[in-house]
Design a protein around this ligand. Structure first.
Ligand code: PLP
Length: 287
């Protein structure tokens, strides 16, 4: 079965899916995106993801390419047409196709939309979670509006590649004060020796992860101690546990930071429990 993508009003073979060379996403990274998990045939937290898409679009003054309900319909169609049961659905909206010019194009230029879906392996992800991942710190060098989920991910690409070349699965951005902001494509958490969960406040310095928000709901439900504040890399080295969150990884234990072993070197009990409980706290809609 060939994969199907949705591109500007048409369902096309994934192999043939293309946008114009003068799409502003291609030329200026002038666009935004979302990634939702598909779990057991259900779309995880679509309303929250589309709320964040709405916010990203508003911040950049890009119009919705079509009604939100139509985007939901296309998301469902793309998941179904690709028969994705467990996987990820990707939604990208750019400012559209126009002659290359930094200024916004004329008002009649329609935003472009692309939706794709791909299967992933929950079993492979669990194998990784059972072991824990290594992260590598990297100097924060992004613009101050990383709360907008833009497709301009070159700094993230370079940070993650640096992590990979140094034996890590993820990079942890560290700011000028020595505090961890977030991962290259995840939010960053620690559990202190006293058992308190710590993650940086959702200011403009991090992407307001949907998975992060779900975990915060879980933390409340479970009555866990929680401290929303910056934490330093040094504090992370001394932590009992560390983990990252994202739609693509869910709650993923971190067992090594910059080569240093965290806690006892195995996934911690808090991260493991939050991972187990994760989908009990999500909104699940049939694809
Ligand atoms: N931080 C960054 C930089 C990301 O790219 C992502 C996800 O792509 C996240 C955090 C986690 O966000 P979410 O939980 O909504 O997937």
């Amino acid at each position: 079965m060939s994969r199907i993508a949705y591109v500007n009003g048409q369902y096309v073979r994934h192999a043939d899916a293309a946008v114009h060379v003068e799409d502003r996403g291609y030329q200026f990274a002038d666009g935004v995106y979302e990634v939702c998990e598909v779990w057991q045939g259900k779309i995880v937290d679509m309303p929250r993801h589309l709320d964040r898409l709405n916010r990203s679009l508003n911040e950049l003054q890009i119009d919705w390419p079509m009604a939100r309900s139509a985007v939901e319909f296309v998301i469902r169609q793309v998941i179904r047409r690709n028969r994705v049961v467990n996987g990820l659905v990707y939604i990208q909206v750019t400012r559209g196709v126009a002659k290359r010019d930094h200024f916004f194009p004329a008002e009649d230029v329609a935003p472009s939309i692309v939706v794709t879906a791909k299967p992933t392996s929950p079993a492979a992800s669990q194998v990784q979670a059972d072991k824990g991942i290594a992260v590598v710190s990297y100097p924060e060098n992004r613009w101050p509006r990383v709360d907008i989920k833009t497709i301009a991910l070159l700094p993230n690409v370079l940070a993650k590649q640096h992590a990979k070349e140094n034996g890590g699965k993820e990079a942890w951005y560290t700011d000028a004060d020595g505090n961890v902001t977030e991962g290259g494509s995840t939010n960053a958490w620690i559990v202190t020796k006293e058992g308190a969960l710590v993650t940086r406040p959702a200011d403009n310095g991090i992407l307001r992860g949907i998975t992060r928000a779900v975990v915060l709901d879980l933390v409340q439900k479970e009555g866990l101690t929680f401290d929303e504040r910056p934490f330093s890399l040094d504090e992370a080295f001394e932590a009992k546990e560390a983990f990252v969150t994202a739609a693509s990884t869910l709650v993923m234990p971190v067992t090594r930071i910059d080569g240093k072993i965290i806690g006892n070197g195995h996934p911690g009990s808090v991260a493991t429990r939050l991972r187990e409980l994760f989908h009990t706290a999500t909104d699940l809609q049939t694809a």
